[in-house]
Design a binder for this molecule. Structure first.
Ligand code: PMP
Length: 438
């Protein structure tokens, strides 16, 4: 075990003060504010490979990887070169480009989608997929699962109603009841709830959207066959099955979660959404799927969707370079690093006497500080957030930047080499003891 390094945060503190004076919470996306763990978020000035450097000159092993996109690690030379070359040719044209076609071809080759449309964020992708599903089916009701996050789409910021087949209430002020009254929120991994909802409302359901493997309540893998069951239930009722692979796509396998379930079991989603890795750290995302469904999208069909910066040439260059470098060796490496870290995390908590459960899909994993497996959002909420906060800060003090929330996946990259892994292993025992003391 190591003694904590003295880590000044003077410069981050000062920037956080400046930021809070002009931006709500001082951040441009809420989880960055460290609200769940307390303390000052580190203002990062640069990142290379597996390492972040903050404004005070501290270095951290990065286990957030920009919340997923940085599959190759930071500032990969070939990605940087592709971006620099693209920038030098101009930043946006508002016309079609060859780079967009090539990126879409790469995604079509890796996944079961037949047609794909590029957008700029995961939120846009899921919002557009739902609009298309409603336009295609002529139905209005959307089914989602509690604990699954699909971006800040009004109709998906819904909290469960009072019963399993009752419609939802807004999950945040600012979303009108009319935006969520057509959304059904069900418990994850619960086949009976899905069957009951479709039995009661099946002929009104346009689509069911699910994270391919939830990572936004911590990692809660689908029970074996659950996604296939969802696909079959949707088909039986004429609803579309939307698999949200914004987080898992091109991360948990060459294609994503589908590569480990649908590709093996022989089913395909009607629509899929992607983001994060496919943009290589720049804003690019996509939705796509069955050609006959995508055919309903403007300008071929009547369902409207558009974007000034969609298919942006710099973002597509970064995404394409990233995907081309995401070889089988990269996925094997991520798997090997995860296989080293998971048992080490478990051993550290066991030695410290802290109840814990580690759950994963592919190399994406998270730790729940609770005493039994987590299959849905209600179970996830039993995790000990205070203990996680103590663990988080002890890791940060020892140079490891974990996600600043107990409900987030840990992300690895191809750049997590032996030195980075060792730094994590060295920090774990003391940090687990800090969790025990919390
Ligand atoms: N879907 C999933 C599964 C996500 O994890 C996220 C973002 N964490 C989104 C959609 C929204 O993507 P974005 O933040 O790019 O809007």
């Amino acid at each position: 075990t190591t003694a904590p390094t003295a880590r000044s945060t003077t410069a981050s503190d000062a920037l956080f003060d400046r930021a809070r004076a002009v931006t709500p919470g001082g951040v441009n996306s809420p989880v960055r504010a460290f609200n769940a763990v307390g303390g000052t978020p580190r203002f990062i000035t640069s990142a290379h490979g597996a390492w972040l450097t903050d404004v005070d000159g501290n270095e951290y092993v990065d286990l957030v990887c920009s919340w997923g996109p940085m599959l190759l690690g930071h500032a990969h030379p070939e990605v940087v070169a592709a971006v620099q070359a693209a920038v030098a040719r101009g930043t946006s044209y508002g016309t079609p480009t060859e780079g967009e076609v090539t990126l879409v071809e790469e995604i079509v080759a890796r996944t079961p989608v037949e047609r794909l449309r590029l957008v700029s964020s995961g939120t846009e992708a899921t919002m557009s997929a739902i609009r298309l599903a409603r336009g295609f089916t002529g139905r209005d009701v959307v089914v989602k699962f509690a604990g699954c996050y699909h971006g800040h789409v009004d109709s998906l910021l819904a909290a469960a109603g009072s019963g399993l087949t009752t419609f939802s209430i807004p999950g945040t002020p600012g979303v009108p009841a009319s935006s969520t009254e057509l959304t059904l929120v069900l418990p994850y991994n619960d086949r009976e709830a899905v069957a009951a909802a479709f039995a009661e409302h099946g002929d009104r359901i346009a689509c069911l959207i699910t994270e391919a493997a939830p990572g936004n309540m911590g990692v809660v893998p689908p029970a074996p066959g659950f996604n296939q069951f969802l696909a079959e239930t949707c088909r039986a009722h004429g609803a579309l099955f939307i698999s949200d692979e914004v987080m898992t796509g091109f991360r948990v396998s060459r294609s994503g979660q589908w590569g480990t379930d649908g590709a093996v079991e022989g089913w395909t989603p009607d629509l899929m959404t992607f983001g994060k890795v496919m943009g290589g750290g720049l804003p690019a995302a996509a939705f796509g799927g069955r050609a006959d469904v995508m055919h309903h999208l403007a300008p071929e069909g009547p369902v409207y969707q558009a974007g000034t910066l969609s298919g942006n040439p710099i973002a597509t260059a970064a995404g394409l370079a990233t995907l081309r470098l995401a070889t089988d060796e990269v996925y094997a490496h991520l798997g090997a690093v995860a296989d080293t870290l998971r048992p080490a995390v478990a051993d550290a908590f066991a030695a410290a006497g802290v109840p814990h459960v580690i759950q994963s899909t592919g190399s994406m994993f998270s730790v729940f500080l609770t005493d039994r497996p987590v299959t849905d959002y209600a179970e996830a909420q039993r995790t000990d957030s205070a203990a996680y906060g103590a663990f988080f800060h002890a890791m940060l003090d020892r140079g490891v930047h974990l996600p600043p929330s107990a409900y987030e996946a840990w992300f690895l990259s191809a750049a997590h080499d032996d030195r980075a892994v060792q730094a994590v292993l060295d920090a774990l025992p003391d940090a687990a003891r800090a969790a025990a003391a919390a």
